[in-house]
Ligand binder design. Structure first.
Ligand SMILES: [Zn+2]
Length: 317
């Protein structure tokens, strides 16, 4: 995924936590996170593209690549929460009956779990140390980690990040797909390009371009907004998933299934063209856009919330 998409998804996740219904105690946790995030977002939203521009672990930690097999026991698939579009689309995927292999050295769920721990550790260190202590991490540092985390989480939702076929080669439909998302976000929001960030509305979220409101109503971004508004939010990782790693593994497995619904078996970078790539499979291009972006926002919101709550409970110990 590209720069502005990543930052936008993190903001939309915080907005989602603001909009959804939560129990009274969870609302308190969410509100303290939202306030903290808004106080510290400035200057660190670039953290969302740090993994691409500085860390550059694209081939390992931004992906978990699956290849379907033919012989042997069928692969095991973890469950996603019922509200997930990825789950709904992939319920009847034929690939569920088949084994799969995961490319060695691809490890996106490990990366997400590691940063989640790091956020909590840094918050604990900060809380335990006197101000000015050389050990105490700054708020900006923790906020940067949260943006970095959202990057890896979002990448797990991109079908081509979980599919070993080489869609960055040939016509680079991987780049094209992500390009369409980034173009839409850059089109409908006002950008402070000199500072590589969004302009913000009074609530602290990316400021939509009022002049394009009419066009926006017909865009897939509006459908993402509508879908999320009507979708229940639960903080569950999904049945039998217990942590960020389990949950992100479930996401990547479904991303793999979804990739094959969009670009069916028998297709690869040699025979997908710039003309046909959007209409080869049983899910439409628009369904892909909506499922990926909605589910990514929901996942970032859930992960942010859960790690923040975990820290806050420690703080109250
Ligand atoms: Zn990435």
């Amino acid at each position: 995924m590209k720069q502005y998409s990543h930052a936008w998804l993190a903001f939309m996740a915080i907005k989602r936590l603001e909009d959804v219904e939560l129990s009274t105690s969870n609302r308190k946790y969410a509100d303290s996170l939202i306030k903290w995030f808004k106080d510290h977002k400035d200057g660190v939203a670039q953290g969302a593209w740090y993994p691409d521009l500085i860390i550059k672990d694209m081939a390992s930690s931004h992906v978990l690549k699956f290849t379907p097999g033919n012989d042997g026991e069928r692969g095991k698939f973890r469950k996603l929460p019922t509200t997930y579009l990825l789950r709904q689309h992939c319920q009847d995927s034929d690939l569920r009956q088949r084994p799969y292999e995961i490319d060695k050295d691809t490890n996106l769920p490990d990366r997400c779990e590691a940063i989640a721990h790091s956020v909590i550790d840094n918050l604990k260190m900060q809380e335990s140390e006197e101000k000015g202590s050389p050990i105490a991490p700054t708020d900006n540092h923790v906020a940067t980690l949260l943006f970095m985390l959202s990057h890896y989480v979002a990448d797990g939702h991109v079908p081509f990040h979980c599919d070993s076929r080489r869609f960055s080669d040939g016509k680079n439909i991987h780049g094209k797909l992500e390009g369409e998302w980034d173009d839409a976000i850059k089109k409908y929001y006002l950008l402070d390009e000199a500072n590589e960030r969004f302009f913000y509305n009074p609530a602290g979220y990316p400021l939509p371009d009022r002049e394009k409101e009419q066009q926006y109503r017909g865009s897939f971004l509006k459908k993402v907004e509508d879908n999320l508004r009507n979708r229940d939010f639960n903080i569950s990782w999904g049945t039998r998933n217990n942590n960020v790693w389990d949950f992100m593994s479930a996401i990547c497995q479904h991303s793999y299934l979804f990739s094959y619904l969009f670009i069916p078996e028998g297709r690869d970078h040699t025979n997908v063209t710039a003309q046909n790539w959007k209409r080869l499979g049983s899910v439409s291009f628009e369904e892909v856009n909506i499922a990926v972006l909605c589910d990514a926002i929901d996942s970032i919101a859930r992960i942010y919330f859960r790690i923040w709550r975990k820290y806050k409970r420690w703080e109250k110990r």
